[in-house]
Design a protein around this ligand. Structure first.
Ligand code: G3P
Ligand code: MG
Length: 354
């Protein structure tokens, strides 16, 4: 494996450009590398394993802490990925810690959503698995869900006490819901009652979605429903049972702030490897300007739309290994360049920048 201790001194002024890679449909599909991604990423490091080109992963996927994701990507690609290079759709949730630090919040989605939120600094976070398990009969279909062999949710007594006495102040959906029927039911209970299922109607707690992707590319040949599809289902039902329309905030690509943040992190990557110790890192980060930032993605409505909206210095590259499978370019959100694979994308960038 290769390390990110410093940018290679052999590299050209690599700081004039940087790259952001989407994951699902570009780098991998259901944790299997695609499009020659291991070969492509090895080219971003020099022979001694030092990072040559500043790059980040910019994914709407999530559910696990950035450190764990970095370890998995390192293994998948055979290079050393640092947690700072992993920007997930829910990574900016940490900016909401001061608002909800001591409030009861519920974390929804596949993976370890509550662990992720605790890691960010939220103190009273309960996963929807544990939360639902605190209320007897809240999911009348639970006894029929034979597809799960292990018990879902195992709240300890501290969690049970908290859930019994405190109202939920916010729900955070970090990644795809594993059990739509239960999660829609329990979220509607929380949201319509003001945070205490079984009670009268109350003021709707805050609701945050990590992203709003309608579909994404997994292992199956055609696209699968994403968080955006779950949001539509929840919103449609909530709006039928509640006098006020559902209020929520969505993060993730294609929002421009995601690309602004990626630019900032890429600048920090450059500055963190800067050798001149007399100059403070933040000064370098503040003054540094990229000539070009490349976004390599597979979803025109998310990755390409986002890069186009972000404007200069973003240059969008669309691959054909994921959601987009067209021959030419996308009609509504055409990319600056269309290639078959991520390997071809890296090849293009390195040639252009050499
Ligand atoms: O669930 C993840 C999916 O919606 C998108 O992931 O890596 O293509 O942004 P990615
Ligand atoms: Mg993708």
């Amino acid at each position: 494996t290769r390390s990110l201790s410093r940018l290679s001194s052999q590299s050209k002024p690599s700081s004039s450009f940087g790259i952001a890679f989407d994951i699902d449909g570009v780098v991998s599909r259901s944790d299997v590398p695609i499009g020659g991604s291991p070969q492509a990423f090895r080219r971003l490091y020099d022979d001694s394993g030092h990072l040559r080109i500043p790059y980040v992963f910019l994914t709407n996927g999530g559910g696990f802490p950035e450190s764990k994701r970095a370890r998995e990507l390192s293994e998948l690609l055979g290079v050393k990925v640092s947690p700072a290079q992993v920007l997930q759709a829910h990574t900016p949730f940490k900016q909401l810690v001061s608002k909800f630090e001591n409030e009861l919040i519920v974390a929804v989605g596949k993976g370890e959503p509550a662990a992720v939120m605790s890691h960010y600094g939220f103190r009273n976070v309960v996963s929807i698995d544990d939360y639902a398990a605190c209320f007897e009969n809240i999911d009348p279909l639970a006894p029929h869900k034979r597809w799960t062999m292990k018990q879902v949710g195992n709240p300890n007594s501290a969690i049970r006490d908290l859930v019994r006495t405190e109202r939920v102040q916010a729900a955070f959906v970090l990644s795809d819901s594993v059990d739509w029927s239960r999660d829609i039911q329990v979220l509607c209970d929380i949201l319509r009652t003001g945070g205490l299922p079984g009670q009268e109607i109350g003021h709707q707690p805050q609701l945050y979605f990590a992203h709003d992707d309608l579909a994404y590319q997994a292992a199956f040949p055609s696209e699968r429903f994403g968080l955006g599809a779950f949001r539509i289902a929840l919103e449609s039902i909530f709006n039928r049972i509640h006098p006020h329309a559902l209020e929520y905030t969505t993060f993730g690509k294609p929002n421009s702030f995601v690309f602004k943040n990626a630019e900032l992190v890429l600048k920090q990557l450059v500055s963190s490897v800067h050798d001149n110790a007399q100059v403070a890192n933040h000064e370098i980060a503040g003054s540094h300007h990229f000539k070009t930032l490349y976004m390599v993605g597979d979803n025109p409505l998310v990755d390409i739309k986002g890069a186009r909206q972000a404007g200069h210095p973003w240059f969008s590259i669309l691959t054909r290994t994921g959601v987009f499978k067209g021959k030419e370019n996308h009609d509504e959100f055409p990319a600056d360049l269309v290639v078959d694979t991520v390997e071809e994308a890296v090849d293009y960038v390195l040639k252009k920048e050499s």
